[in-house]
Design a protein. Structure first.
Length: 457
């Protein structure tokens, strides 16, 4: 993607004071009226979660380095509508891009980065607190709390955003970046109205490329989400009995997620038994599980905006049949062979090829006339992060800090049999690290867990 020539932006008011003195910045007069004043509403101490201010500042600097010069505008998410959207368990989830650069869960906010070659001061634009609304939905993050949490000292009311941008536009012609795919539908229009005729570039690919390498704070969040997820899978393996309903297993998994502090599920939980185990994205979860069948559970908790993506397959009876174990062990060995190839420099397409080659070489007559890899109609891996299918160019070689899934499967609908094993793997300098390895993975470990025996450490 080409970004063309980037021209310096203007910086408004106190924003300009944050730009290095070496920069030739035209001071911009911001109209007084639209700025207004915050209403003096007391803020609850400790509102919002702690922000790793050093991490988010480093991410903003990394984006600024990629851009060189320009204005970056990143909108927060809107509240969802209970009537018009499928809000389900939450009526708000922050935009991933806004969260990446702020770690704030403020709604309807904007982040502005005024990017010059050696500085990129940030300004947060925040909705005014609405004390009437707060009686319905709770105390909102106000400017003091946001400045304290975020480490961004410049917090101004969002209704002054257009004035800020308009003044900048009147003084300096500069290109503007907005993460178009990860922005509310009306965000582009808002920028166009504030800056008529302004070329708007998509910041998405740049942001996505940064998000591919997880920093220490992101990995802490992912380890938390994955740790919670492992407990949910363990609880389901312990709970399953013939005659249960798939939704009851779903309740065990998701109940454990919530009991352990998950914010929500990272994606709809898949609980497929018997014939449903061979359907890839079955999430109705309405069937009664029967003795002798396998259950596939693909479920991940979200914590702190980051999600896990883990799949376990286990027998309703607590014991694998020889046939189920044979299929299971080929999937498991395929996953191990693929994991052994994880290291910096490798491509996801290499892993897919390695998985399929291994499965094919060891198929024998296990899957009848076809080779077992022919039943694996999905990719063996994808990026993981804030989104279960995290964005990012799949031509990017693995590097330390990349997190991806490894999820081979064999699906035999004619036998009402499906097996998928999915784990989350961190790429390290020397190879890979199983992040979800504490969820039992061998047939022996699963049978021990189902039998109520303590798991080996
Ligand atoms: Mn997956």
């Amino acid at each position: 993607m080409r970004y063309g020539t980037l021209v310096l932006l203007g910086c408004a008011g106190a924003l300009a004071a944050q730009v290095s003195p070496a920069q030739a910045v035209v001071p911009l007069a911001v109209p007084a009226a639209p700025l207004g004043r915050w209403t003096a509403v007391p803020e609850l101490p400790g509102m919002g979660r702690p922000v790793d201010t050093a991490a988010v500042a480093a991410r903003r600097r990394a984006l600024a380095r990629r851009i060189g010069r320009g204005l970056v505008l990143i909108p927060a998410a809107h509240e969802r509508s209970l009537e018009r959207d499928h809000a389900q368990d939450n009526d708000f989830r922050q935009s991933d891009t806004f969260f990446y650069f702020t770690e704030l869960e403020a709604r309807d906010a904007w982040l502005l980065l005024a990017v010059a070659p050696d500085s990129a001061p940030a300004t947060l634009f925040l909705p005014r607190r609405d004390t009437v609304e707060e009686r319905w939905t709770g105390i909102q993050l106000g400017p003091d709390a946001v400045a304290r949490l975020s480490g961004v000292p410049r917090v101004v009311p969002v209704d002054s955003l257009a004035a800020y941008l308009g003044v900048a536009r009147s003084r300096v012609a500069g290109d503007v970046y907005v993460p178009l795919a990860d922005a509310p539908a009306d965000a582009r229009r808002a920028v166009e109205l504030a800056l008529p005729g302004q070329a708007i570039h998509d910041a998405g690919p740049l942001v996505d490329s940064l998000r591919l390498i997880k920093d220490a704070d992101e990995l802490r969040r992912m380890r938390t989400a994955i740790g919670i997820t492992v407990l949910g899978h363990i609880a389901a393996i312990q709970a399953v009995r013939p005659g249960m309903w798939e939704y009851q297993l779903e309740a065990v998994v998701e109940g454990t997620f919530r009991a352990q502090g998950a914010d929500r599920v990272g994606y709809p939980s898949f609980v497929g038994s018997g014939p449903n185990a061979a359907i890839l994205h079955y999430d109705a979860n309405r069937r009664q599980v029967k003795d002798g069948e396998l259950v596939v559970i693909d479920a991940g908790a979200e914590w702190g905006q980051y999600t896990a993506d883990v799949t376990r397959t286990f027998p309703v009876s607590g014991r694998f049949t020889p046939r189920q174990k044979a299929i299971y062990d080929l999937v498991l060995a395929t996953q191990r062979a693929t994991f052994d190839s994880v290291r910096p420099g490798v491509l996801v397409s290499d892993l897919d090829r390695i998985a399929r080659a291994y499965m094919r070489a060891h198929s024998g007559k296990l899957c009848g006339r076809q080779m077992c890899d022919q039943t694996m109609i999905h990719a063996v891996s994808h990026w993981l992060g804030m989104n279960v299918h995290d964005p990012g160019d799949y031509r990017t070689p693995l590097a330390p800090g990349t997190v991806l899934t490894l999820e081979p499967g064999i699906y035999l609908p004619a036998e009402s049999l499906g097996v998928r094993i999915e784990d989350d793997v961190l790429v390290t300098p020397g190879g890979g690290e199983w992040l979800s390895g504490r969820a039992p993975r061998t047939t022996e470990a699963i049978e021990r867990l189902a039998a109520g025996e303590p798991r080996p450490p």
